[in-house]
Design a protein around this ligand. Structure first.
Ligand code: ADP
Ligand code: MG
Length: 647
């Protein structure tokens, strides 16, 4: 970690930090809005696991992801979850200490207060000092990103943190060389990330289900100021519990089917990686494969070590280890996982009820629900939250990122960055979806007043298509490639039908906060899927103007390109349909007639490939449609005859 090579100036950026129990992140905001700062070694990685690994002698071995990977072999010297300890006295921590893998020591300070510390070899580290190590690492990310000194920060804390915990968090910042200019509540940051402070007044529920803790907060926004009306939750309820539930299931089944007791903590830690991967996979898919290779020593009821489990994502490294081992293998469905998770999710929902009671509010009084924390990616959690608040929660931002993004927004407000608020009354750019051939079907045009809603019907292009990808686009241009893709989602599980038969209703809904909800429903089968997006995220007014100007400049060529795509698509659709008919009913035609039609199909296919003349293609298609008409009529009466004989 080389330090201090940058120059300090008065307009140094202010960063926003989410110092989490499980993961920590750093963000900032410019006129386009908030952005996360990535790990300098991996530009797609924004999460710093809040873990510090030490050598036995007490010097730091690793921070973050690498440190977490040492937790397996080094439970005594790998320090995690210090947020649970920060600012708390020894007396409060007797319960907590039992759950940690590493030892705590307490001693009295000169002021007579007991000070808690983590003991590594002969050395002691206060929770503030360990938190500071995490902050130093985040600061390093920020300095590399900005290529300059970063000395000022906003740090978030849970709403229920008391003064001592807040002060200790400030102290951690100071140890890390940061001037902590503001401590803000995590739920307030979450609301800021969604820009909810722009409303005049609102009542907002923030449901935060993280790795080890659950918090529900109810906020009241009045004239730009957030007040916490109620908090509730559980400091020992999080994604870790779900991991342990799965570990319990796997170990029980291994014991039952193979007669093996897995007792070693190292093995349990390995099972844990597997369990977390299975859990995450079930957030996206309906079923996950579980596979663990057990070494012979163990299955012969020995006490040897288990081999690394084979991860369902294929990252597990079990490949070389599977020589002649007994394998524990099973599939787990999302339904089974939901049954297992239910008691924990029930507890979060009960806490939501208690928070509403404290605030003396009913679900109808809550204007917005914001989801925070990695565990809210679980579809079942989303469903239960929607039910208890009787409202679709905001999910447009990645739930692990929300608090940091909001801290970035708060930092930029304090730094005096003028946020270029694009949206509130109208949509600055058109919104639509990609249609066949790379064209854009616009549903909401630029400058439409919000809130607004638009629906349009689409269908499939191929026979037997069971899924449809929906690419949500923003921009004024006519081709998808020239627009900005805001997100892609898939509607799955459509029963196979001939092309053109499914009735796909796509609905765009923009609410008063500018959040876009896109849903797609196949009306014959009732299958549904949706995605939520913040369309103005990361857009400046300048960029909007540029996109509008480009659309103007290319208007004519864009229109003709779009027209050509439509003509080609229709031609191809008609050719496919004719080919199916020829295949099925061609025997009804004179051989000469049949040859002629087939020849025409081939000719038109070739022409569609080379010709850019939309008029010509259209004319030829119409001619062809007329030529196929007699066959279509024969096919129709043949089908009716067949139906009649069946009856
Ligand atoms: P914290 O606020 O406690 O620092 P995070 O918000 O980063 O925690 O959430 C971490 C938790 O989210 C972990 O338990 C992790 O397993 C869980 N998690 C992350 N992604 C998913 C997912 N796709 N499905 C289910 N749980 C997830
Ligand atoms: Mg968190």
């Amino acid at each position: 970690m080389s330090r201090r090579s940058f120059v300090t100036t008065t307009n140094d950026p202010i960063i926003g930090i989410d110092l989490g129990t499980t993961n920590s992140l750093v963000a900032y905001a410019d006129e386009a809005g908030p952005h996360l700062i990535p790990n300098p070694d991996d530009s797609n990685d924004f999460l710093l696991p809040s873990v510090v690994a030490f050598h036995e002698a007490g010097n730091v071995l690793a921070i973050g992801r690498e440190a977490r990977s040492h937790a397996v072999e080094r439970p005594l010297t790998t320090i995690h979850s210090v947020k649970r300890l920060i600012g708390r006295g020894a007396a409060d921590l007797t319960q907590e200490a039992r759950r940690l893998t590493y030892p705590l020591k307490s001693h009295s300070s000169e002021a007579g207060r007991d000070i808690i510390a983590v003991k590594i070899g002969d050395r002691r580290f206060t929770p503030q000092e360990i938190s500071a190590m995490i902050l130093v690492e985040l600061r390093r990310w920020a300095e590399l990103h900005f290529q300059r000194d970063v000395t000022r920060a906003v740090i978030t804390v849970p709403a229920q943190f008391d003064d001592a915990q807040r002060q200790a968090t400030r102290d951690a910042g100071a140890i890390a060389g940061l001037d902590v200019i503001r401590i803000i509540n995590e739920p307030t940051a979450a609301a800021l990330a969604y820009g909810l402070n722009r409303a005049e007044q609102a009542t907002i529920a923030v449901y935060d289900f993280g790795g080890g803790t659950f918090d529900i907060s109810i906020l009241r926004l009045e004239d730009g100021v957030f007040e916490v009306l109620a908090t509730n939750g559980d400091t020992h309820l999080g994604g870790d519990d779900l991991d342990h539930g799965l570990i319990g299931l796997f170990t029980r089944e291994i014991a039952d089917s193979l007669g093996v007791q897995i007792a070693s903590p190292a093995i349990r830690q390995q099972l844990r990686t597997l369990a977390e991967n299975v859990k995450m996979q079930l957030s996206d898919e309906d079923v996950a494969n579980v596979e663990i290779a057990l070494p012979p020593s163990l299955t012969r009821r020995g006490t040897g070590e288990v081999y690394p489990p084979v991860s369902p994502l294929g990252k597990g490294g079990g490949s070389e280890a599977v020589t002649c081992h007994e394998i524990y293998r099973r599939k787990i469905t999302r339904g089974e996982f939901e049954d297992m998770a239910r008691p924990w999710v029930d507890r979060t929902i009960e806490a939501c009820g208690r928070a509403m009671k404290t605030a003396q509010l009913n679900p109808a009084d809550i204007d917005q629900v914001v989801l925070v924390g990695g565990s809210t990616r679980i579809p079942y959690v989303r469903q239960r939250v929607s039910e208890v608040f009787q409202r679709r929660p905001y999910t447009a931002l990645v739930p692990e990122h929300v608090v940091a993004l909001g801290a970035g927004v708060q930092a930029s407000i304090l730094a005096g960055v003028k946020r270029d608020v694009l949206l509130l009354d109208v949509t600055p750019l058109s919104l639509g979806i990609e249609t066949m051939g790379g064209a854009v079907g616009k549903l909401i045009l630029a400058n439409t007043k919000v809130p607004c809603r638009a629906s349009e019907m689409f269908t499939t292009f191929k026979d037997g298509q069971t899924s449809i990808k929906i690419n949500v686009l923003q921009g004024e241009r006519e081709l998808a490639a020239d627009c900005r893709s805001l997100g892609v989602f898939e509607l799955r599980g459509i029963p196979p039908m001939p092309a053109g038969i499914p009735k796909l209703e796509v609905t765009f809904l923009i609410d008063q906060n500018g959040i876009l909800n896109v849903s797609a429903k196949e009306l014959r089968s009732g299958m549904e899927a949706s995605v939520q997006i913040v369309p103005t995220h990361g857009l400046t007014r300048e960029e909007v103007c540029k996109m509008q100007a480009e659309a103007l400049a290319h208007a004519r060529e864009d229109m003709s390109a779009h027209h050509l795509i439509d003509v080609r698509t229709t031609l191809e659709f008609d050719l496919n349909k004719a080919e199916r008919m020829i295949h099925q009913f061609g025997r009804l035609l004179e051989p000469r007639e049949l040859r002629r039609l087939l020849q025409q199909v081939n000719e038109l296919r070739d022409l569609a490939k080379i010709s850019n003349n939309a008029e010509e293609l259209n004319r030829r298609r119409e001619e062809f449609d007329r030529a196929v008409l007699p066959l279509a009529e024969m096919a129709m009466s043949e089908t009716l005859k067949e139906e009649a004989t069946k009856m």
